[in-house]
Design a protein around this ligand. Structure first.
Ligand code: ADP
Ligand code: ADP
Length: 233
């Protein structure tokens, strides 16, 4: 599914100060592409990513995923639409007291499955991410890469149209990063899910993205395909 931002800006109010985290941005991410956003800390990447599922509400502008304008939806419709927008995080955000299986079951509960369907769905997801043997483990017993695989399985549980990745490999070593990026690329190909990833790591963008936006001080200062971005003189 495509993602379309028109005139989207975000100003935070913090202790009486206005922080212009995002200047007005127009951006269209094509259905099925892997779009990377790179920039230094504080550039506004995370704010821009949170505009795409309305984790933060923009100060101006509109956000659409496919034909649905998120910024026009009421609370209930937004909650339903959000199930189709998966997200993964740098610190994985798993529930430590639940098993791998339960972490995924938790997001499916809101859905439409009976117990048997749920079980087969979770098994299918764990197979997809290569964790079939980790069902009953708690996150504390998993490596960083395995935790992120659970994060990915959870994000895919409700068949999302879009997957948002917030520094998803930044807590991982280079080898594990490669493996996680390979999994994301496989998912993009196999399931046709549009992927947006933000990172401060050049290597991640080089390895995974089709197109790249470079962010600086709340603006996208350049957008290009990954080859052009990295062939600058
Ligand atoms: P990250 O960049 O990994 O998200 P941060 O430490 O920058 O980590 O941010 C942690 C949380 O604090 C985020 O939810 C972010 O939105 C919020 N945050 C970041 N900067 C500020 C700020 N200047 N004032 C208030 N909250 C902030
Ligand atoms: P990046 O992801 O590129 O590190 P962010 O989007 O997290 O950048 O932050 C952009 C700017 O907005 C920074 O100056 C940050 O401190 C500020 N900021 C981010 N989140 C908040 C928040 N919840 N409240 C106030 N300021 C914030």
């Amino acid at each position: 599914m495509s993602i379309k931002l028109e005139n989207v800006s975000k100003t935070y109010l913090h202790k009486g100060n206005r922080i212009e985290a995002l200047k007005p941005v127009d951006l269209t991410i094509q259905s099925g592409e892997i779009f990377g956003l790179i920039g230094f800390s504080g550039a506004g990447k995370s704010t821009l990513l949170r505009m795409m599922n309305l984790l933060e509400f923009p100060t101006t502008g509109s956000v659409a995923v496919g034909d649905v304008v998120l910024t026009d939806l009421d609370k209930k419709s937004l909650r339903i639409k959000r199930q189709k927008i998966g997200m993964i995080f740098q610190q994985f955000n798993l529930i430590e007291s639940k098993t791998v299986y339960e972490n995924i079951e938790f997001v499916l509960k809101a859905g439409k499955f009976d117990k048997k369907q749920m079980k087969s769905r979770i098994n299918e997801l764990l197979e997809l991410v290569g964790l079939s043997d980790k069902h009953d483990q708690r996150p504390g017993n998993l490596s960083g890469g395995q935790k992120q695989r659970v994060g990915i399985a959870r994000a895919l549980a409700n068949d999302p149209e879009v997957l948002l990745c917030d520094e998803a490999t930044s807590a991982l070593d280079p080898e594990t990063t490669k493996n996680i990026l390979k999994l994301l690329k496989d998912i993009n190909k196999k399931l046709g899910i549009t992927i947006v990833l933000i990172t401060h790591e050049m290597e991640v963008i080089k390895d995974a993205a089709d197109r790249v936006g470079v962010m600086s001080a709340g603006e996208i200062v350049e957008i290009n395909d990954v080859y052009s971005i990295f062939s600058h003189p």
